[in-house]
Write a protein that binds this ligand. Structure first.
Ligand SMILES: *Cc1c(COP(=O)(O)O)cnc(C)c1O
Length: 429
């Protein structure tokens, strides 16, 4: 995976732009993405699949900024969406609805209507009840819905329980052992066109074996369906390829594809993928500034201006993310003796009133108040999961393209925070 950040004499850069120039121009906290890294990560999948009919549907939920989507549209990407909001983003970015697959366990009738009207590639249907609603909704719109059933192959992705989705106990998909029956029902529905099969077993997988196991189960189902006269046009193996946050060694898209393509030789079905994290995680960072250093006897805290509302992964999944000063700083400035930062072990924590509000724990850092820090690998499941908790305006997003820097989402203002709210009428006495 292409990592967006490089270091020159201890000063961090994204492409040819220094992170300190971005921090001073846009303030902190701030998300920064590399256009080249996003592109290269997508192209790694594309070139690994050069000899196979394919559709790479970037999972919009990982990072849905419209400039990120636009970058991928330009490379020919399709998109995996989980809400109508994401579909509208794809449209705004110039994406083609015919390359969109619609995942998610709880699609509403109005979401289905809008997706049908736009003519998406297919609905990844996750239950029989959803199939019925889709059939009747399509009937009322005088449309035919292309459908792929999301099956649950009961494979252990061996990832964090919150991001494991392919086990029987998870809420996702249709039990693969019951799928043939549901396909037969679907095939008889007047407004359903069965086109594919789909699975997504989890996220941040660092092993190829669970992907191979899931695909083998999918292929057994495809063959069983062919025997029942139901021919599929595509096989969607979802997303989930992991990235390096610490010292993980995830497979590259190239080695992942070379493990699964041999299973697909002599098969005519199009291969659909839904990668999210592996496209954007290492293409982005979050910048933050140290406000205070504080010591509680046993612990040192670096209190920074970013919090769990800006980046929730450490609090939600106990995720480990690397954090580094963005410049070699003044530690070699012998004159400013008192400003010399001594290395110490810190918990990096934010201003939110929750003990779970931390970005990193037990990190050895040579820092002083006022220093900028860079939270690495923050391009996926970062800004998209941010909130206004504690009435904190959300951070801006910046896209670097070589030495050009573009603000692709401005920092929220207090006005933005309050804009949807209203007071009760004055009390009548
Ligand atoms: C989240 C999700 C993805 C993307 O997963 P990554 O781990 O980010 O690659 C793909 N498909 C579905 C259905 C998802 O829910």
């Amino acid at each position: 995976m292409h990592h967006a950040v490089s270091s020159q004499d201890g000063n961090l850069f994204i492409e040819s732009t220094s992170l300190s120039s971005i921090a001073s121009q846009f303030g902190t906290p701030c998300y920064v993405y590399s256009k080249a890294a996003i592109s290269n990560n997508f192209l790694a999948y594309q070139s690994a699949l050069a000899d196979k009919e394919h559709l790479i549907c970037y999972a919009v939920k990982a990072n849905s900024n419209i400039a990120v989507l636009q970058t991928l549209v330009e490379l020919g990407a399709g998109f995996d969406i989980v809400s109508i909001g994401e579909l509208e983003r794809v449209l705004r970015a110039g994406g083609n609805p015919a390359k969109v697959v619609f995942s998610g366990v709880a699609k509403t009738a109005s979401e289905m209507q809008r997706a049908l009207e736009l003519g998406i590639h297919c609905f990844n249907v996750e239950s029989e009840a959803e199939l019925e609603l889709l059939n009747s909704t399509a009937a009322s719109c005088d449309a035919i819905a292309a459908v792929s059933l999301r099956v649950n192959p009961d494979v252990d992705a061996q990832t964090h329980p919150y991001i494991s989705t392919g086990l029987k106990e998870n809420k996702f998909g249709i039990d693969i052992n019951l799928a043939a029956k549901v396909y037969q029902r679907a095939a008889q529905m007047a407004h359903i066109n069965v086109v594919g099969v789909d699975c997504h077993i989890g996220s941040q997988l660092v092993d190829i074996a669970p992907f191979v196991a899931a695909l083998e189960r999918l292929l057994a189902l495809v063959d069983e369906l062919a025997g029942l006269g139901i021919a599929l046009q595509h096989i969607d193996i979802g997303g989930g390829l992991g990235v390096r946050y610490d010292n993980e060694q995830p497979p590259t898209p190239q080695s992942y594809m070379s493990a699964i393509l041999p299973l697909l030789t002599d098969r005519s079905e199009t291969l659909v993928l839904e990668p999210g994290r592996s496209i954007t995680a290492n293409a982005g960072v979050m910048l933050t500034q140290v406000q205070y250093l504080k010591s509680n006897g046993e612990k040192n805290f670096a209190i920074v201006d970013a919090a769990m509302n800006d980046m929730i992964r450490p609090a939600l999944y106990q995720a480990w993310m690397d954090i580094q000063p963005i410049s070699a700083g003044n530690s070699d400035n012998a004159v400013a003796e008192s400003a010399v930062a001594k290395s110490a072990v810190y918990d990096v924590v934010g201003p939110v009133c929750e003990t779970g509000d931390f970005l990193a724990k037990d990190r050895s850092l040579a820092i002083s108040a006022g220093d900028y820090l860079c939270l690495m690998s923050a391009g996926a499941y970062g800004f998209v999961m941010s909130s206004n908790y504690n009435s904190r305006p959300r951070a801006p997003e910046v896209m670097v393209d070589g030495n050009q820097v573009y603000l692709v989402r401005r920092r929220e203002t207090i006005e933005d925070l309050l804009s949807g709210e209203s007071l009760l009428p004055a009390a009548v006495r």
